[in-house]
Design a binder for this molecule. Structure first.
Ligand code: ADP
Ligand code: MG
Length: 282
């Protein structure tokens, strides 16, 4: 995005089109470093050169129109989708450079709540939460039971939900159980792909607050795809907007509100964004 120096808006703060470069000594403050990442399927290029930093200990909200590639980027960072170009480092390591053991060790540091990451319907809540433990750790059943109960406490689920099947739970409880599963291995980074979709506004706000509390108490780095403007304004430290396969704007909410990019403008200044606008302008 280029700015016309003669345009009246030149004096306004520039919306930062790319990830802010970090000073060399601040590199380790970066949890995820995405550079010029290109991902496509067949003829179609979905991500055309994504550059983005996720800083250690921040909640980064990732927005973009439906079908623009938010889940694809999430999966690319997790190493689940091959990229055609660019590089991705997590805690300074390129997943592609790691051997199987190194990769498994890295995956243990990821907690993931996929977009349609429902629980396994044939397993109880407790069994669902224990799945990552079975896959990645060698623990006794007694210890796994104890740990899984602690995870239920952490996400605010009653312990008697442990033996229930997903069909017996409300939508909000299912999300919490899925979050407990994502936290099963005490991850450093939590990936959340539209975690509150399908929840009513009150349930969504409660879930957002839970994420915020967990992020602070557990010192998590959170990469969160969300459409929820309330969530973006209340719990995200920074927001990155995806448009046309690139990061169109990134920064705190104020930066996004000041962006000249057409999609970002439409999204953050649209009908649903009345309250944000009032905040940003006031
Ligand atoms: N495995 C795949 N094979 C082919 N196309 C895919 C695949 N995964 C995603 N896509 C396409 O990539 C685009 C972006 O998808 P996605 O990242 O899921 O969008 P969203 O931003 O809504 O999360 C869509 O057009 C989708 O159909
Ligand atoms: Mg998606």
């Amino acid at each position: 995005m280029t700015q016309n120096p003669l345009s009246p808006s030149f004096a306004e703060p520039l919306a930062e089109p790319l990830a802010e470069p970090l000073a060399p000594d601040a590199q380790e403050a970066c949890a995820i470093r995405v550079r010029d990442v290109v991902v496509g399927f067949g003829e179609r290029t979905v991500l055309k050169g994504i550059t983005l930093d996720v800083r250690r200990g921040e909640v980064l909200g990732f927005v973009g129109g439906s079908g623009t590639g938010k889940s694809v980027l999430t999966r690319a960072i997790l190493g689940l989708v091959p990229k055609r170009g660019g590089s991705i480092e997590v805690f300074g390591r390129d997943l592609e450079s790691l051997d199987a053991a190194g990769r498994a060790a890295m995956e243990r540091r990821f907690g993931v709540l996929f977009q349609h990451g429902a629980l396994f319907s044939g397993l109880t809540v407790l069994q669902n939460v224990q799945l990552p433990m079975r896959e990645h750790a060698d623990l006794s059943q007694a210890l796994m039971n104890e740990l899984a109960m602690l995870k239920l406490d952490l996400v605010g689920l009653p312990r008697d939900a442990a033996d229930e099947f997903p069909s017996e739970l409300s939508g909000g409880m299912i999300k919490r159980a899925a979050l407990a599963r994502a936290l099963a291995l005490d991850p450093d980074i939590l990936f959340l792909d539209e975690p509150t979709s399908g929840l009513d506004p009150i349930g969504a706000a409660e879930f957002d607050q839970l994420i915020a509390t967990l992020q602070k108490t557990l010192g998590l780095t959170v990469f969160m795809v969300t459409h929820d403007l309330d969530c973006l304004s209340s719990i995200c430290d920074r927001i990155a907007a995806l448009a046309d396969g690139r990061v169109a704007a990134v920064g705190p909410l104020e930066t996004l509100l000041a962006s000249d990019h057409a999609w970002v403008k439409a999204y953050f200044h649209g009908a649903r964004a009345g309250r944000l606008l009032a905040r940003g302008d006031g």
